[in-house]
Design a protein around this ligand. Structure first.
Ligand code: GLP
Length: 241
């Protein structure tokens, strides 16, 4: 595991976008695993810039998103479909038929894993982390052997994500997520975390023993992970060093 600490969110995003763009240049037909949340927003903006400058093309790329709320229509502004379309897909040359979300396979979520396998597996997975250490929507306690499935969100996640909704009551209680084993099968992972509110989760994930209590800790066992943090998110691990 390689850990890179950047000064701030902008520099973290530039670093991530460069790694992803270089990867796409070398592997123009690759399969990308995509994350939502506020952390990757600037990375996506920068990838759009690179695309517009003619540096990269998404024409032959297939994407699989990590997760999606259950029962939110793709047109709902809070859905991850909407997020990805608005931020990335509508601004690049990707074929929408090659973009997939786990809820598209509801209720046969196991078909999402099959679809990923048929596509040749995820070459590069972009990953964030919840303040409780979740990856995708794999909440603490999720089995490391878990596959794509529907899950119940825990209170902490509902509270954290309520900032994107009018009221906490509007946050869906269920979501579909790639499983932890699905994520671990990705050939390469770029993990991003920014901000002081992530420092505890980062410390628990990378400085302690691997535990299902902290889903992201399993990444310690992945052979090809680049962790990119800003100083605020790295604060507790930096103090330890
Ligand atoms: C959500 C998503 C996760 C994401 C996390 C962090 O719960 N399901 O995949 O990593 O939020 O979001 P943010 O980047 O907004 O902190």
């Amino acid at each position: 595991m390689k850990i890179i600490v950047e000064e701030n969110y902008q520099m973290l995003s530039e670093r991530a976008a460069k790694i992803i763009a270089d990867f796409i240049k070398k592997n123009p037909k690759c399969v990308l695993g995509l994350a939502t949340g506020s952390t990757p927003i600037e990375t996506y903006n920068l990838l759009v810039e690179k695309y517009k400058k003619g540096g990269i093309s998404f024409k032959n790329i297939t994407t699989f998103n990590l997760d999606e709320y259950s029962k939110l229509a793709p047109k709902n502004e809070q859905s991850y479909h909407f997020f990805m379309n608005k931020l990335l897909f509508s601004k690049i040359d990707i074929a929408l038929k090659n973009t997939f979300f786990p809820t598209d396979f509801s209720p046969n979520f196991e078909n999402y894993d099959k679809k990923i396998k048929e596509a040749g597996g995820i070459d590069l997975q972009i990953l964030g982390i919840g303040t409780n250490g979740h990856i995708g929507f794999n909440e603490p306690g999720s089995k490391f052997s878990s596959k794509t499935r529907q899950v119940l969100l825990n209170k902490n996640t509902i509270k954290d994500n309520s900032r994107f909704f009018k009221s906490i009551k509007d946050v869906p209680k269920k979501a579909a997520t790639m499983g932890i084993s699905t994520i671990m099968k990705a050939k390469k992972i770029i993990f991003l975390a920014s901000g002081e509110n992530k420092k505890e989760a980062i410390y628990n994930s990378f400085c302690k023993k691997v535990s299902t209590k902290v889903p992201a800790s399993i990444l310690q066992k992945h052979k090809n992970v680049i962790v990119i943090l800003d100083k605020a998110a790295a604060e507790k691990i930096a103090k330890k060093e």
